[in-house]
Design a protein around this ligand. Sequence first.
Ligand code: SAM
Length: 294
Amino acid sequence: MTIRDLIKRGYEFLEGAESAVLNCEVVLANVLGVEKEYLIAHSEEEVEEGLADLFMAYLKKVKSGEPVAYILKEKDFYGLSFFVDNRVLVPRPETEQLVETVLSFLEEKYGVKRSREFESDAEKFRILDVGTGSGNIAISLATNFQNLEAVALDVSDDAIEVARVNVNQHGVEDRVELYQSDLLDAIEDGENFHVIVANLPYIGTKTNSDVDENVEKHEPASALFAGEDGLDLYLKMFKQIQEKNVSYDLIVGEFGSMQREDMEALLTDFFGQNWRIEKDLAGLDRMFVVEYKS
Ligand SMILES: C[S@@+](CC[C@H](N)C(=O)[O-])C[C@H]1O[C@@H](n2cnc3c(N)ncnc32)[C@H](O)[C@@H]1O
């Protein structure tokens, strides 16, 4: 069977479900060990029977609702490939905006260009990533700025194990430290960071009616839910930052588009007027940004 025939078969098997073609292409490219673009350029190439069977076996899992990233044990984020399994949240494209915001802030505030080369005389940056999951945010930052060190925390030992795989895979083990920690418990009073970045769980247990059934079924609850209104963990994190007197130039975090009002009230309580809300590419309120002003 050719690549073209196999994709058609897969598409029909998925009964034209949302993203069916994309899922078929991503899965087949992974099974064949090629880039997705290869499939189009080589659509008449024959696929070995064993690989065609594996492709169909993976599609059965896709059809049952298992996230493709868990099936393939891989997810792209900010141009890098991350190992993922059901111990961590699958990195979402909207979270790339947090990474971009941090990189742009460092460039603008300190007048340095993001660089993959270590420059011994360049400013060194210290980042705190709270709720690191697969390590996608801290590792993307460290990969883009050689002069950057990150402390990455997660309450889940399982997540820390997954993040360690990725830290090693991307060769940043000397610049990304991983600790199991309930929010900032592992951070000493008075520590200094240039940026604190967090994508903490923000779905409310009382307001979770629109959570995708498959997300709730397959992804870890500890990566999704945070109290009744979903903002419990951000409230605790802001308190800890203040109580521990942790210094920062910037705090960036992701939240749910329906939480704008509650988030605004929380930000005002802790940071006065030194914050702003930014929208994601879909135009939804998605990210808060706090800039320290003395
Ligand atoms: C929404 S996921 C984000 C994962 C990753 N940073 C990303 O952007 O894809 C939230 C992460 O926060 C972690 N988490 C939940 N409660 C926490 C807490 N109290 N302290 C630290 N991490 C926590 C979860 O284990 C999970 O890995």
